[in-house]
Design a protein around this ligand. Structure first.
Ligand code: GAP
Length: 511
């Protein structure tokens, strides 16, 4: 097992052990790619959502929020292109009866070649020591160049055939590369077919009169169909944005990597409406602004990178992902898309209603262009959780597991302990809780030795532990122990609110 796999397994089991994430309906053996958030998970998720909402809506005079319904008129999805084009190419193995995404089979094949190249590089690095020059080795070593070229050729051919909607060629490619089914080991493949990712459901009492509906696969369309409602009632002037957080549903075929790719997930999206011709300026603005939001959390700037799309969706004239260094490598965390006027125009056509803005400065009406920022809340949760989970060697030769969540996002901000369960100490601890609970999520713990209680809170991600001891009775001070440094300081009870408040305030974190 690689270090990456090992770290990822640790994240998954830690998430369960400390009440962050459970598999959905686990007592019935679970439901694939569907997860529940536990008592700590729900708080962390809420805090991430709030950090996004405050920085996008509250901090921008020209951005407002909405909460549109999950069910939408079915024509919405015709207009948006989801009925016709929101699909994945699937292939079945006739022996194992397992279904795969054809593009993922080819991408995995290419990834394996790249991993082989990495192994060669690592071997050489070890052999040459300090004198090793990676760049020179990668561009001159025949074996490494061969692996890279083969991987590149495979993905280029895949992109070309998918672009041309040539599914027969995708199958031919799988056969030519000799890709086998991971379960049966055979090359006995069916044709490749497109499979729509939207979940269908019905609205209405009887089978005859029921209307076919879809569970929304993205929250964005709820914003587009409300564009005019918000613009008019909010007297919004272009440029302005509409933000929304909420559930989205996709019948993902390759649903794996824990909460990275789920069938039911939550998005945080913002559509920014601009003058036609000004979209590139705003596209660059939002790319930078969103990256700043991510790095403000202090998880390490080196863990983010942009991936600019070369192949664009039919409605976009520019698109980029912010990728994050997950335990399984750099993968998409957020998308920033310049969507042109595609969506509003499509809704105009399908609804017969004008979705335009009268620009008083230009003295003309137009369909605004849109720059979208779209991030998966669950994916953001995984990014925060996986980077925060650390195992630290301690000076005394032992180690500790610590969840170094940004204090602003931590589910519980402080745990209050009486040193012993007697002498009036529990009563003082309860009084402190009664004071702090109005402003912060705090908890009481009196079980086990204090050292053990510290470890428990380290692993759960609580930034502060506050211990009430006999000195507290004399001078109304307590010991505050900091999660990340393990430093302890003596603090007056009446100063606790200010100390915690500073560490978790939005003002302190946002850039
Ligand atoms: N409105 C644009 C849109 O939906 P997308 O790239 O399909 O674009 C945006 O999705 C974000 O939603 C992704 O960057 C990812 O963070 C998240 N996301 C998409 N599918 C997901 C899934 N199956 N599970 C979890 N998050 C997902």
């Amino acid at each position: 097992m690689s270090n990456q796999d090992d770290q990822f397994k640790k994240v998954i089991s830690h998430a369960k052990e400390y009440g962050y994430i459970f598999q959905s309906s686990e007592i019935y053996d679970g439901l694939s790619a569907v997860y529940d958030y536990g008592q700590n998970g729900v708080e962390l998720k809420k805090n991430i959502r709030e950090y996004w909402w405050k920085s996008m809506v509250q901090m921008h005079e020209n951005i407002v929020g909405i909460d549109a319904a999950i069910f939408m008129h079915p024509t919405t999805w015709k207009a948006s292109g989801h009925v016709d084009a929101f699909s994945d190419p699937l292939i079945d193995n006739k022996d194992s009866k397992k279904r795969y995404r054809a593009d993922v089979l080819v991408e995995d094949y290419a990834e394996k070649l790249n991993q082989k190249a990495e192994k060669e590089i690592a071997k050489a690095a070890k052999r040459f020591g300090d004198s090793f020059d990676r760049e020179t080795f990668v561009t001159t070593n025949g074996r490494v160049m061969g692996y890279h070229q083969k991987a590149k050729d495979a993905t280029a051919r895949l992109a070309k055939s998918l672009d041309a909607d040539d599914l027969a060629d995708v199958k031919a490619l799988i056969e030519e590369l000799g890709i086998v089914c991971p379960v049966s080991g055979s090359k006995n493949w069916t044709e490749v077919r497109q499979f729509n990712l939207m979940f269908g459901t019905k609205l209405g009492a009887s089978a005859e009169t029921a209307t076919d509906l879809y569970l929304r696969p993205e929250t964005a369309q709820g914003i587009f169909v409300n564009f005019l409602n918000v613009q008019k009632t909010g007297r919004m002037k272009i440029p302005f944005g509409i933000a929304q957080t909420g559930k989205a549903f996709r019948n993902e075929i390759v649903a794996r990597q824990f909460i990275f790719r789920m069938r039911e997930f939550e998005q945080m999206e913002m559509q920014f409406f601009v003058r036609p011709g000004e979209e590139m300026k705003w596209y660059h603005h939002w790319k930078e602004t969103r990256l700043k939001w991510h790095t403000s959390l202090g998880l390490g700037e080196e863990n983010y990178r942009f991936h600019d799309h070369e192949k664009l969706a039919h409605y976009a004239n520019a698109a980029a992902d912010i990728e994050f260094n997950f335990p399984f490598g750099f993968k998409e965390l957020e998308g920033i898309h310049s969507r042109t006027d595609f969506d509003l125009k499509a809704h105009e056509e399908h609804s017969g209603k004008k979705l335009q803005f009268f620009d008083p400065e230009l003295n003309e009406s137009y369909v605004p262009y849109v720059v979208e920022t779209s991030i998966g809340l669950d994916r953001m949760f995984l990014a925060v959780l996986s980077k925060s989970l650390q195992e630290e060697a301690l000076d005394n030769g032992t180690s500790r597991v610590v969840l170094k969540l940004p204090a602003l996002l931590a589910p519980v901000k402080a745990a209050i302990f009486p040193l012993v369960k007697k002498d009036g100490l529990p009563e003082i601890a309860r009084e402190i809780i009664d004071e702090l609970k109005y402003d912060f999520n705090v908890l009481y713990d009196e079980k086990d030795a204090v050292g053990k209680r510290y470890r428990r809170q380290d692993a759960a991600g609580t930034p502060f532990c506050i211990t009430v001891d006999h000195q507290t009775i004399e001078d109304k001070t307590v010991t505050v122990r900091h999660r990340d440094t393990m430093e302890q300081q003596r603090v007056a009870i009446e100063e606790l609110g200010e100390l915690i408040g500073k560490a978790v305030s939005f003002r302190h974190w946002i850039k």
